[in-house]
Design a binder for this molecule. Sequence first.
Ligand code: ZN
Length: 232
Amino acid sequence: MALRRRSLFAALAGLPLLTTKGHAITPGADSALIVVDVQNCFTPGGSLAVKDGDAVVPVINALSRHFANVVLTQDWHTPDHVSFASQHQGQQPFGTVSLPYGTQVLWPDHCVMGTEGAALHPALSIPHAQLVIRKGYHRGVDSYSAFLEADRTTRTGLDGYLNSRGIRKLYVAGLATDFCVAWTALDARRLGFEATVIEDACRAIDLNGSLDKAWAEMAAAGVGRIRSQSIG
Ligand SMILES: [Zn+2]
């Protein structure tokens, strides 16, 4: 009875029901961990390093042990990619340009396909990961999202893969919270998946308030927000 009363209280309070180990979530066969862009270019020493970006690596390695299904993503650009400031005369990194599909933030050259900068971080250790999905490989279109390119119509195929495997619940981690992680989680919701971002397994770029904006958009879209200790 005491347990039932506590469960009811927790449910009413909107709190997760904790097990005796203090974990609320045990991922099952219908769940996947999506590890976004943990690549050399986005970690310290890289050309578009996210502050403390390498701090996510041990957290993600530990988290991955709780998931039977893990998908990795890689930002993967042509050397002359449209998202690079170097391709636009008179433009600097972190400015913006207008492209046929909308406003594009310009970045330093990063994650050029086949280069060391585009490689996964060497300390990332998830040997049981089943799929590596590359994105942003069309020269004229960026792709923060692991599902849909920035033209909002070209698909990467990830939703088809997940659907065909019966995976419905996605837990998103990686770099950067306010760009590729957020866009991936938002598109997951649009495509009918459950989506939860594991905040301490992510780090942000935070460009002109982009981090607060991203969390607000994710909350409005029904993206969950948890910390890694909730999974076990
Ligand atoms: Zn990129």
